[in-house]
Structure formats: C-alpha cells, structure tokens
Ligand binder design. Structure first.
Ligand code: SAH
Ligand code: SF4
Ligand code: F3S
Length: 451
C-alpha cells in the first residue's frame, strides 16, 4: 500500500522543466508521494535543474547548501530526507554533483524520469544513484498517464505538453544538445491522447513544447511523419480545447505550412516566440545559427503577411565572443526593425564543452553588462508600447488564477499578457471578453464584458 510521503519539487529553467516536474510528480505518486509546498516537511526533495547559463547552475548549488542544513535539522528530529537532483545539471554533471554535494542521494537525467519510483526505492535503501543514460526505451510511453498534479505546475486551465525533445542544431554557445540528447518527436496519436486527457481535466489552452518544436516530425496514424502544422490541425479538432501555442521555434524550421497555420488554424494564437540571438551575420555564423539577419527579417515579413495581427517575442544573446560594438548595434537594428511584444535577453555565458567556450576574445563583463542594459531598455520600451496600444481593445481572456487583490482574477490575453480584472471565481478556466482599460509595462487591466 502506498503511504503518504511528502514530495517537494523545485523547478528551474524552461517550460519543459515545468512539464517534466509535473510528470515526475505523477510518476512519484505511484510510489506513494504526495506533493507538498512546504519544503521543511518533505521526505523527498527534487531540484529539477537548468544548465543553460552559469548562474542557473550556481543557484542549484546554493540551494543544495541550504537544503543540506534542512536535512541535518530534520535528522536531529529523527526524520529522513532524500535529496534528488534532476534535469539538465543532473545530465551534464552526473556523479560530480554527489562529489560536490554529498547530501544528494539521487541524480537523474531527463530521459530516465519513468524510472524514478525504482530509483527512489534504491536510494532509500542507502545506494547513491546516478542515472544519466540515454536509454533505448521512450520515457513518454512509460510514464503514468497525466493527472495534472496541481501542486507542481500551472493552473488547471492552461497546460504544457512536450511534443518534441532534444536538439540536433548545436548552436556553438548552447548546452541543450548535450543535456537533452537528440531530437525526438512523439507520435501524433500519443500527443493527441494526452491532449484529450488534459482537456477532460479542464485544460482550455495547450502550449506544445520542444527545444525545436517547429522541427516536429512525429509519426502519424498512417505511419508517415506529420509536421507541427498537421499536428495542430488535429489538436484543433478537440472539443473544449480553445487555444494552441507552441515554443520554442528555430527560424530555419518555419515551414510554409506552419506559417499558413497562423492564418488557417482558428485555435492557434497570434503570438510567436522566434529567437534570433544576434543581428550580425558574422556572429550568427559563429553561433552556427545557419541563418542571416536578412533571412530572419524576411521570415518575419512572410509571417506578418499571413497573420497581420501576430505579435512576436524572441531570445537574444549579447557579448558572444568577439562581438564588436558595431555587431552589437546590428542586434539593436533588428530589434528596431521587427518591434517585439516581449523578449528574453541574456549575457553570453561560456559553457564548458561547447565550441564557443574555447573561442578567444571573450567579451569584457563590463562591456557585456552595458550592452545588455541598452538592449533591455529598448526591449522594455517596445513591450510597454505594445501593451499601451492594447488599451481600448477587447480581448478574449482565459482566466487562470486568483489575483492578489480581493475579487480579482488574472488571465492571459491571446498575446500572453497577464490581464487583471475584477471577476467572479466561477470564471476561472473560462475565456471571457475583457475590455482593456489600462496598461502597465508588463501587464494589462480591464473590465469583464458579459460572461
Ligand atoms: N531551443 C531554444 C532555446 C533554448 S535556451 C532555441 O533554440 O531558441 C533559451 C535561450 O537561452 C536561447 O535562445 C539563448 O538565447 C539563451 N542561451 C542559450 N545558451 C546560452 C549561453 N551559453 N549564454 C547565454 N544565453 C544562452
Ligand atoms: Fe540550443 Fe540552438 Fe538547439 Fe536552441 S537550437 S536548443 S539554442 S542548440
Ligand atoms: Fe535549462 Fe535544460 Fe531547459 S538547460 S533551458 S532546463 S532544456
């Protein structure tokens, strides 16, 4: 009989980790673990980690220090605590984690989550466990069915669904091909079954996830491979599913049918996250991005022709090795030309084992900081003006959670902006027209029109 052991999961990094944490919670539920949001109470603590930049990794080790103290305090009270590290740091560092942080009992890479219940049992018996194999079996077919464990993830109305994992692109700055392995697309039928299950549980919006989601080529029902556009056409047929999104896309894989889907698929939201990383062609080549700035701008034009009201977001890196002032200016030029509704921008972080880390001409941190500040100022202005332009419009808003203010709900516009409105809790999980009355730099507020 399964007991009631408490599980605390902390998630770092990207949306895929959020999804994975939910799936781990579901897998561990089969071993009697119940998710808790109180870490001091937990018999099993899972840190689901990110390796993308050095800072992300430092955060994990500083957390492990604090958790070590907690483990000792609990031991003084006669309570056991098992500490597990999962995710991309687990994959990249493996046994080194236990060497550096001996309080850790279990290190599990992203392709082994279906084995967690077993591995936990072994770890509880006193073995130190490191499982970072890329196993032959497909974890997705071995994980228990979705139950959307509420404590580890997003609210019930919007959910993530991984359809593609891994990356074969090998951008020279990036660890993901090493931590997530080769590109793998899940079969259409399995994605659809999971989507239906989530919709039955009240999900209205699905964000399809993949490191290169638009390179999706899952096996279709007839045995032939299907594109992301075809997959989304199928998912759009699910009653009760109202909204589709996908991320993250690579500019090289924006096929004609996917661009057309932004015009033709009524459930696909008019919002696209399309990283361009840098505006200089020399830097883009050194990054192994395999596109130029002009390619990117042409692509944006083509997308906007099919879907004029689409909003774009992006990822940008400043201070890539050898980046000159003029090359950084080229990045600002692309930002000015496109106009982004939202963006993530990062200072280049040299990652051991990636080709760019051994390039000469690493950029002085003060210069990189200065560039990041200038870039973020521009992006912040663009986001604020995009939001300001929404005032006076009516948006369908999917209400996802209760707001901090009494009587207030928070939802998302089609453009992923948080929208605050006074509304009955009964509207949670519903899409309701909201008249936008004011904008803040990163969010909107409005009045609910007739429900
Ligand atoms: N698969 C996605 C992004 C994965 S990582 C894609 O291809 O776009 C998310 C973002 O982190 C990247 O788009 C990039 O902007 C940033 N990033 C990745 N490696 C980085 C590094 N070494 N230093 C700084 N930023 C990095
Ligand atoms: Fe990393 Fe490039 Fe792959 Fe994105 S496409 S995950 S940036 S290697
Ligand atoms: Fe981080 Fe791994 Fe995601 S490195 S960004 S958690 S794929």
């Amino acid at each position: 009989m399964a007991g009631h052991k408490k599980l605390y999961v902390k998630t770092f990094g990207c949306q895929m980790n959020v999804y994975d944490s939910e799936r781990m919670g579901e897998a561990l539920a089969t071993a009697g673990y119940v998710a808790s949001d109180d870490i001091t109470d937990a018999e099993l603590i899972v840190l689901n980690t990110c390796h993308i930049r050095e800072k992300a990794v430092e955060k994990v080790y500083s957390d492990l220090g604090r958790i070590h103290q907690l483990k000792q305090q609990r031991a003084d009270q006669g309570l056991e605590t098992l500490i597990a590290v999962t995710g991309c740091v687990a994959q990249a560092e493996g046994a080194e984690i236990i060497a550096r942080a001996p309080q850790v009992g279990l290190v599990v890479g992203p392709q082994s989550y279906h084995r967690l219940p077993d591995l936990v049992t072994k770890a509880l018996a006193g073995q130190k466990i490191v499982d970072t194999e890329f196993p032959d079996e497909d974890k997705f077919t071995k994980l228990p069915e979705r139950t959307l464990s509420p404590s580890t993830g997003n609210g019930p109305a919007a959910a993530f669904l991984t359809v593609q994992e891994g990356c074969d692109k090998f951008c020279t700055f990036c660890v993901v091909p090493y931590t997530r392995g080769m590109e793998l697309s899940r079969p259409v039928a399995l994605v659809e079954a999971e989507a239906r299950r989530l919709v039955q549980r009240g999900v209205r919006e699905l964000t399809l996830l993949g490191q290169n989601v638009n390179a999706y080529h899952g096996e279709g029902p007839d045995g032939r491979s299907q594109s992301l556009a075809q997959l989304m056409e199928r998912l759009a047929g699910i009653d009760g599913l109202e909204r589709l999104r996908y991320m993250t896309s690579h500019p090289r894989d924006m096929g004609d049918d996917l661009i057309a889907a932004h015009r033709d698929n009524p459930k696909l939201m008019p919002y696209l996250h399309l990283p361009f990383q840098a505006g200089s062609d020399r830097i883009l080549a050194a990054m192994n991005r395999k596109h130029t700035a002009a390619d990117y701008l042409r692509l944006v034009e083509r997308i906007r022709t099919q879907r004029p009201d689409i909003a774009l977001s992006t990822d940008i890196i400043v201070g890539f090795p050898g980046e000159t002032d003029a090359e950084f200016e080229a990045t600002l030029d692309v930002v000015r030309t496109v106009g982004f509704a939202q963006a993530y921008s990062f200072k280049y972080s040299a990652r051991t084992g990636t080709p760019a880390a051994s390039l000469g001409a690493q950029i002085d941190p003060d210069i990189a900081n200065d560039r990041l500040q200038r870039l973020q100022l521009l992006l912040g202005e663009q986001q604020a003006s995009f939001n300001a332009d929404c005032v006076g419009k009516v948006f369908p808003v999917l209400f996802e959670r209760v707001g901090r203010r009494e009587g207030q709900l928070v939802g998302r516009s089609p453009y992923l902006q948080p929208v605050h409105a006074t509304a009955e809790p009964s509207l949670l999980g519903q899409i309701i027209p909201v008249s936008i009355s004011s904008a803040r730099p990163r969010s909107l507020a409005g009045e609910v029109l007739a429900a």
